[in-house]
Design a protein around this ligand. Structure first.
Ligand code: ADP
Ligand code: MG
Length: 155
């Protein structure tokens, strides 16, 4: 599914001409359905690698392929669940889930149905009117999961 070959990434310093080598010749494959854990000390390059997999950033050198194509941009085929849930605290569960649907031209009824399916998908039925600070961490994570474009596309 992912094929990374000799990936290196260096960041330029803001003020001077120094560079920071965050990844050096990283090579690995991830097969369909496989779970991969990246474990390492803070600053070792985990997020840099994930950002390249997601298409948020590009490697300085090497080949980063997803299903045989060069990764150039983010896409709904590669969902990222962030450490920070990124929920809108002033919106309820239902409104947070529905927010991503505003970009689509849907009738009120279609929108309601999709939201209901997504809320059901992440087992948050009965919590539709709660605000994020009234939920557990796991529940917040599930609201954020329901908001992902991949979840919306599947709904
Ligand atoms: N945007 C950036 N600009 C400059 N240096 C960065 C940037 N992002 C990360 N780094 C540096 O790259 C290295 C790897 O960072 P990162 O991938 O965030 O590590 P991890 O997620 O494993 O904690 C660190 O030394 C960090 O300071
Ligand atoms: Mg990190």
């Amino acid at each position: 599914m992912f094929s990374f070959n000799e990936i290196s990434k260096s960041y330029k310093g803001r003020a001077d001409s120094t560079t920071c080598l965050a990844l050096s010749n990283v090579t690995f494959d991830v097969r369909d359905g496989e779970f991969l854990c990246l474990i390492g000390p803070s600053g070792c390059g985990k997020s840099t690698l994930l950002n390249i997999m997601a298409g948020f950033d590009r490697p300085s050198s090497g080949n980063a392929l997803f299903r045989g194509s060069q990764i150039e941009d983010p896409g709904p085929d590669r969902t990222v669940i962030f450490q920070d849930y990124g929920l809108y605290p002033w919106l309820t569960v239902e409104e947070n889930v529905g927010f991503a649907l505003n970009a689509k031209s849907l009738s009120k009824q279609e929108r309601r149905q999709i939201i209901a399916r997504l809320v059901d998908f992440v087992r948050l039925n009965g919590f539709e009117d709660r605000f994020p600070d009234e939920l557990s961490g796991g529940m917040r994570q599930r609201v954020s999961l329901a908001r992902e474009p991949g979840a919306c596309a599947g709904a």
